[in-house]
Design a protein around this ligand. Structure first.
Ligand code: HEM
Length: 209
């Protein structure tokens, strides 16, 4: 009954690993919001702990995805450019996870050390969670995951593959960065906000950004 070829088994493992990573990426949208909205140090600490536990399988899943992807590729897909675009996107995601997301979580965790659970989230901890870098990295990773799903199913030529992955990353990252800046402006006291000045209408677009 279980007459699985090596290729089918590799596809199964590949999809299972992709589900772990893509599922985590989608869910992280809600977790990012919860981190931003946590009003006490205790609540923020609990969410950071949740992020740590829920992403603990990600490095293994990423390696299984890569290993099975390379194996599947060895059966003929190495000749196609979408394969190398997927490899590059995998590498970009691994770098963002290791160089941006993980250090950001650890920095927030260290800044919270010794802070009472019922203390408000302020000062350095608040500045760290509001810094747009980790949110933009998370959004870029989710966009790249979705673009890779498209590559796998559609297997487009080089230019289309690059356009889909880079376009998705730029849109995901750009929208998140714009929203982070918008919320920073909303939190500024009115006198600190850039004021509209009709006399300098032409350069208003860059003011305070
Ligand atoms: C989040 C990332 C990824 C997702 C969601 C994903 C998803 C998938 C899916 C759904 C398939 C089945 C496609 C089909 O049967 O038509 C597949 C196949 C495949 N994937 Fe991935 N994949 C990802 C990353 C990668 C990476 C990084 C590589 C390269 C190292 C790779 C290489 C392959 C290869 C060679 C196949 C076989 C294509 C076929 O037999 O049709 N994948 N992937």
């Amino acid at each position: 009954m279980l007459n699985l070829s090596a290729y089918s088994l590799a596809i199964l493992l590949h999809l299972a690993a992709a589900m772990v990573l893509v599922g985590g990426s989608v869910f992280s949208l809600h977790v990012r919001r919860a981190v931003m909205e946590a009003s006490t140090a205790g609540a923020l600490r609990a969410w950071l702990g949740f992020v740590r536990r829920s992403s603990s399988a990600n490095p293994v899943a990423a390696l299984v995805l890569l290993g099975t992807g390379i194996y599947l590729g060895s059966r003929g897909w190495w000749a196609y450019p979408w394969f190398y675009v997927a490899l590059a996107a995998w590498l970009a995601n691994a770098l963002l996870a290791g160089q941006v997301l993980k250090p950001a979580g650890m920095a927030m965790g260290s800044a919270l050390a010794g802070v009472a659970d019922d203390a408000p989230v302020e000062g350095l901890v608040d500045a760290l969670r509001r810094s747009p870098g980790w949110r933009v990295a998370g959004a870029v990773m989710l966009a790249s995951d979705m673009a890779m799903l498209f590559l796998m199913v559609q297997k487009p030529p080089l230019i289309e593959s690059l356009a889909v992955v880079l376009g998705a990353m730029a849109i995901g990252g750009g929208v998140t960065l714009a929203r982070a800046r918008r919320s920073r402006l909303d939190r500024m006291p009115a006198r600190g906000r850039p004021q509209y000045n009709a006399a300098r209408d032409d350069d208003y677009g860059t003011a305070g950004v």
